[in-house]
Design a protein around this ligand. Structure first.
Ligand code: C2E
Ligand code: MG
Ligand code: MG
Length: 692
């Protein structure tokens, strides 16, 4: 396990060639080491064998000499020879014993003699040559002594351990040196060959790595004539195909397919180049929203719509060219109805504003197209970068922020300023606070009475949202409704107001004071597919009779998509819910649209009542016209914002049925309004506001 772990930890070089070299060198070295070890072990064994053989031969010769000496009765020389034997380095002892085992001659130490005796006994017992190894590896070899062919005893020689052994290491050293030199020569040679063989693979790998890092447009030139060349050619073909696909993708992803103008990605790239270029050149970045376009496009076939977009794009590009006055400007289409322009050379917000203004006017100019007169209704937000935006995303975001402000500005053009940014930050903070306030149920419905001019009695009311903060301060809808619409919180908010209004209305009806309750509907809410369903649910749960509920929608909401508006309203109309057009006269409603939608009520906008007050000479005529229109369409009329009795009298005199305004009371909390209702009941004492 440990070895496996260690092996796993070994880091091999990344290059294949280096690995091949490493492998070859390892195999060669291992083979050389293994053969050297095998040879050494073999030589060792051979050396032991050789020692035994020599020791046997010399001992046998000693036994023969001893036998001859005994036969000739020369005992003394035998003793001398035996004693002299130990003078040799390799002999530790010598001994001759007779047939009974008694020593005739001997030399050597006690330990040697003891071993020699054991050998002598073994030889006498078995009648043949014997040997025994001593503790240190020394050998005692014994042979029979024959005198005249008859066994006369035993001769034993004790040999030192290393005697007659050859040193295998010394013997093998020249050979091993030769092998070592061979290895030293072979290893670099092998490495060189392996490297050369693998070199094309290395080239391929480096090339692939380069392609991966974005080295486009290069080709690989390998002329090896083998599989590597085939692989390289395949690689080249693949890269070429990849290159052309990339070019196509870039084309598609940087150009708007309909207008052929640069798209948002490309525009952002251009912005980046401009903002990060050295020097301090400033540029105007303008974003245009063509608000009129969706309505026009909706009525056209897809092909025709594309033609129109191309015409608009061309007009835009031409306008930009003339506005930029020879500067290298870029026109782009950012989204369906959003165009953008980037023009260098505008250093101040005032210059940028003039540039944007002239472009916007140009765009707004109505034009004839296939027999139609079209007006794109453009608004524009512009920012000077890098002065007011230090990167591309920020520039686009700030231009869009200015565009948002431009939508409600009279000129429809707005330049980004840090104040606008602060406003946006404040809006974000407000949005955050609103979310928390919604959770805490701080949005309440306040009720403003609507007076029936004939009877002078409160016959209806409008529920208006109020944000009642914990410190009892009241935030007006003018401040939070736009933020709620922008953030999408409006649905939740409107539902809360609608719920409260319906529950309160139902309670007053049950208490014998039924009043019509008007509830404002926001554009976002009205666009939701769940709109009718939500209203029906609230009606059901509250128990408010549907004919007491009146929904106020604005002209622009009604005009946005009449058929859709009709579909939204129908299920509610079917059960008796009433529909009012709010702030009438402010928008651009067409008579046809007004007659197409099933309105019950027209609310004359406060501005006309105000015009009456300030003595605008045309005001009475306009009010007359609206009232006449309402009569023709058989609609009820409510005048909003009546603050003075004269206005009320004038309007009543012209046939206006309902009056709403501070003259009769501002929007009040439900309890206060209920009090008012209670006070005017029972019917009888009420004084008509003005005679019709
Ligand atoms: P609106 O629906 O046209 O409401 C009438 C506005 O005129 C109310 O302003 C009301 O307080 C104000 N007003 C009434 N009589 C007079 C008067 O004699 N003089 C003057 N100067 N003003 C008068 P408020 O409550 O600030 O609401 C403003 C707008 O906010 C509303 O205009 C409506 O469009 C929107 N809004 C209010 N509540 C809601 C709501 O619950 N949902 C939605 N979607 N919008 C709401
Ligand atoms: Mg209203
Ligand atoms: Mg209104």
């Amino acid at each position: 396990m440990r070895v496996a772990g260690l092996i796993a930890k070994i880091r091999l070089p990344r290059s294949l060639a280096a690995r091949a070299v490493l492998f070859t060198v390892t195999v060669l070295s291992a083979t050389a080491l293994l053969s050297a070890a095998t040879m050494l072990i073999g030589a060792q064994r051979e050396s032991r064998h050789h020692q035994l053989e020599v020791a046997h031969d010399l001992t046998a010769h000693y036994a023969v000499t001893a036998g001859n000496m005994l036969a000739s009765g020369r005992t003394r020389p035998l003793i001398a020879m035996t004693e002299n034997a130990v003078t040799r380095d390799d002999v530790l002892g010598a001994m001759v014993v007779d047939a009974e085992g008694a020593a005739i001659a001997h030399s050597g130490g006690a330990e040697a003699r003891a071993l020699m005796r054991q050998v002598a006994a073994a030889v006498a017992r078995d009648g043949e040559m014997k040997y025994l190894r001593g503790r240190g590896g020394d050998i005692a070899v014994g042979a029979r002594v024959l005198r005249n062919g008859e066994a006369a005893g035993t001769a034993v020689l004790m040999w030192r351990r290393g005697a007659y052994r050859f040193d295998p290491l010394a013997a093998l050293t020249p050979f091993m040196l030769f092998v070592g030199c061979l290895l030293i020569a072979i290893i670099p040679l092998t490495a060189l060959i392996v490297r050369r063989t693998m070199a094309p693979l290395d080239t391929l790998a480096r090339f692939a790595e380069g392609v991966g890092k974005g080295d486009e447009g290069k080709t690989l030139n390998l002329r090896t004539g083998d599989e590597f060349e085939v692989l390289a050619n395949a690689f080249n073909r693949m890269i070429a195909r990849l290159d052309s696909s990339m070019r196509r993708i870039q084309e598609v992803s940087f150009v708007d397919p309909v207008t052929q103008l640069p798209n948002q990605e490309r525009f952002v790239r251009e912005l980046k180049l401009l903002i990060h270029q050295p020097g301090d050149e400033q540029a105007a970045i303008a974003v245009f929203e063509l608000k009129g376009l969706p309505r026009i496009l909706q009525t056209l076939e897809p092909g025709t719509a594309r033609d129109l977009l191309r015409v608009v794009a061309e007009r835009f590009s031409n306008a930009l060219r003339s506005a930029a006055g020879g500067r290298a400007a870029v026109a782009a289409r950012l989204s369906a109805t959003e165009f953008a322009a980037l023009a260098p050379g505008y250093a101040s917000p005032a210059e940028a504003a003039r540039f944007a203004q002239s472009l916007n006017e140009n765009l707004n100019r109505p034009f004839e197209w296939r027999g139609h007169r079209l007006a794109p209704a453009a608004a524009c937000g512009v920012v000077v970068a890098p002065r007011d935006a230090t990167d591309a995303e920020m520039a686009l975001r700030r231009a869009r922020m200015a565009l948002q402000a431009a939508q409600i500005a009279p000129t429809q053009v707005k330049v980004f300023t840090p104040a606008l940014d602060r406003e946006a930050v404040a809006r974000l903070a407000l949005e955050r606070d609103m979310r928390a306030a919604l959770e805490r149920n701080e949005f309440r419905a306040y009720f403003q009475p609507k007076i029936d001019m004939a009877s002078g009695r409160i016959g209806a009311c409008e529920a208006l949202a109020r944000w009642v903060r914990p410190d009892s301060t009241i935030v007006s809808p003018a401040r939070f409704i736009p933020v709620a619409e922008e953030s999408g919180l409006i649905e939740q908010l409107s539902e809360a107001i609608m719920r409260e209004a319906c529950w309160k209305g139902a309670a007053w009806a049950r208490a014998g004071a039924p009043v019509k309750i008007a509830v404002n509907v926001s554009a976002l809410e009205f666009r939701s597919d769940r709109f009718a369903e939500n209203v029906l649910r609230v009606l059901q749960s509250s128990g408010l009779p549907p004919h007491l509920l009146e929904l106020e929608i604005t002209e622009s909401m009604a005009m946005e998509d009449i058929d859709r508006a009709l579909r939204q309203i129908e299920p509610l109309r079917a059960i008796g819910v009433r529909l009012a057009i709010d702030d009438f006269g402010c928008g651009h409603s067409s008579l046809a649209a007004l007659s197409k939608l099933p309105f019950d009520v027209i609310k004359i906008d406060r501005q006309f009542v105000r015009a009456l007050e300030i003595g605008d000479p045309q005001a009475p005529a306009i009010v007359d016209m609206i009232i006449a229109l309402a009569r023709t369409l058989n609609l009820e009329i409510v005048a909003e914002g009546i603050e003075r009795r004269e206005e009320a009298e004038f309007l009543a005199g012209r046939g206006c049925q309902w009056a709403q305004g501070f003259l009769y009371g501002a929007a009040a909390p439900a309890a206060e309004f209920a009090d008012k209702l209670r006070r005017q009941n029972p019917v009888g004492g009420a004084r008509p506001i003005a005679a019709a």
